[in-house]
Design a protein around this ligand. Structure first.
Ligand code: FES
Ligand SMILES: [Fe+2]
Length: 441
């Protein structure tokens, strides 16, 4: 008998707490059908970074699942989100990926909207509508926008909880990536983008703290001395998650590493001022910090040396696993640097970033080959009956001495964060149907 997705997802509710996850979730069109409405129709999803649209009228085209969203800074400097869909017959009113404008004019019949989404122009309004069309009713469909530390989040759900509640304390960790010195961050240009036959969920899982793969998948880097690491990292550091929210971070430590490794003096000093003492205590000794904000935004901070054996330069990479369907993503990949960092450091961090991440980056090639491979297996018919084990670290007690929010276990190589990730995903998938695109007019 073939089970409907809802039926086997209900069965999954018993399996996840004991560390079993169905293989098929990683590549199944019926799962994707539900995810569009229940995950991407309800969550706060990252659309970009404020520094991508610094001036009034600056806009960029982004997506929440299959919905195109214009993210624009309006006339008074507020960031707005609008569905990229003319209210007359649905043509896209914005055709460029990035630009600056005072208005969006539809190429079909010419309806025109200002940057705040109001319909300000209807050709022949008097002659053909006899002025009976109420323009105030037919503005672009708004997408809710909130920001945290430069990150722009959008939600299609008018009743979604406030972003601060959605993040649920994970801000404490995001500060390290997005506002380490108190002066904010900026991205180094537009994101690299490329399409991969991998499911967004295996990528999100990996960045929620898969330290286990590092010495195998990325062994070239350890062997050649491009980044400071050894297999002791398996016995150090923390995996932290926010229960019920899905967010997770792995804090890898390499014994003997210099504090603030890979950062210039100015950024080190900035961190001591910009972060609170507990944050400094945790992050100064981190070799790699790797995190996922549920559902599909990940961050990594890691030193990389272009000269084997030298300490190298720390960079911060941010990646959006934008789903194009079951088992297919477009990766968006940015380099993030503190605004007040020295120019020479920003340049060097960007160099390290491009060597490791992006379509030509060696880390991404290592990882994406494996994630494609996982996705291919998960889409096979025999895999529909199988589960994956998530046993690693489930017997570990949380460490009450860890100063940050959430549940921390040590060492960081474990699958504890992933069980929380899949429990959260499941709760969204099984929640009662609510109106997506809530504020439709
Ligand atoms: S579809 Fe845009 S004006 Fe007709
Ligand atoms: Fe990796």
């Amino acid at each position: 008998m073939t089970l409907s997705p809802e039926m086997w997802l209900h069965r999954m509710r018993e399996e996840v707490p004991r560390g079993r996850v169905p293989v098929r979730i990683f590549n199944d069109p019926s799962v994707w059908q539900l995810e569009q409405e229940r995950i991407f129709g309800r969550c706060w999803v990252v659309l970009g970074h404020e520094s991508e649209i610094p001036g009034r009228g600056d806009y960029m085209l982004r997506y929440i699942a299959d919905n195109a969203v214009i993210v624009v800074r309006d006339e008074v400097g507020s960031i707005r989100g609008h569905l990229n869909m003319c209210r007359h017959r649905g043509a896209q009113v914005c055709r460029a990926e990035l630009g600056n404008t005072s208005h969006f004019r539809c190429s079909y019949h010419g309806w025109t909207y200002d940057t705040s989404g109001e319909l300000i122009g209807v050709p022949y309004h008097k002659e053909v509508y006899n002025e009976r069309l109420d323009r105030s009713e037919w503005g672009l469909v708004p997408v809710r926008i909130e920001t945290y530390s430069g990150l722009i989040f959008g939600s299609l759900d008018a009743s979604a909880e406030p972003l601060a509640d959605f993040l649920g304390g994970f801000q404490w960790y995001l500060d390290y990536f997005l506002n380490p010195t108190g002066a904010g961050t900026e991205v180094c240009g537009p994101p690299d983008k490329w399409i991969v036959d991998a499911d967004w969920k295996i990528c999100a899982e990996n960045f929620a703290g898969d330290g286990y793969h590092l010495p195998v998948t990325h062994q070239f880097g350890v062997k050649f001395g491009y980044f400071p690491s050894n297999n002791r990292t398996h016995f150090e550091g923390y995996a932290v998650h926010i229960p019920g929210k899905g967010h997770g971070i792995g804090l890898g430590k390499t014994p003997g590493l210099q504090p603030f490794s890979g950062l210039p003096e100015e950024v080190q000093e900035g961190m001591k001022r910009g972060l609170d003492p507990d944050q400094v205590e945790v992050f100064k000794d981190v070799r790699s910090a790797i995190a996922t904000i549920f559902p599909n935004l990940s961050l990594v901070s890691q030193p990389f040396s272009r000269t084997p054996g030298k300490p190298g330069t720390r960079f911060c990479g941010m990646r959006l696993w934008h789903p194009l369907g079951a088992g297919k993503i477009q990766v968006y990949c940015w380099c993030v640097v503190p605004k007040d960092a020295p120019a020479a450091y920003k340049e060097e961090a960007y160099r390290s970033f491009t060597l490791l991440l992006g379509p030509g980056g060696v880390f991404d090639q290592d990882d994406l080959d494996n994630w494609r491979s996982v996705t291919r297996s998960a889409g096979s018919s025999a895999a529909r009956q199988l589960t994956f084990p998530y046993d690693m670290g489930q017997d570990r007690e949380p460490d009450p001495s860890f100063p940050g929010p959430g549940v921390a276990v040590s060492p960081y190589v474990s699958e504890v964060n992933f069980v929380n990730l899949w429990s959260t995903w499941l709760e969204y998938m099984l929640a009662d149907e609510r109106a997506a695109v809530g504020d439709v007019r």
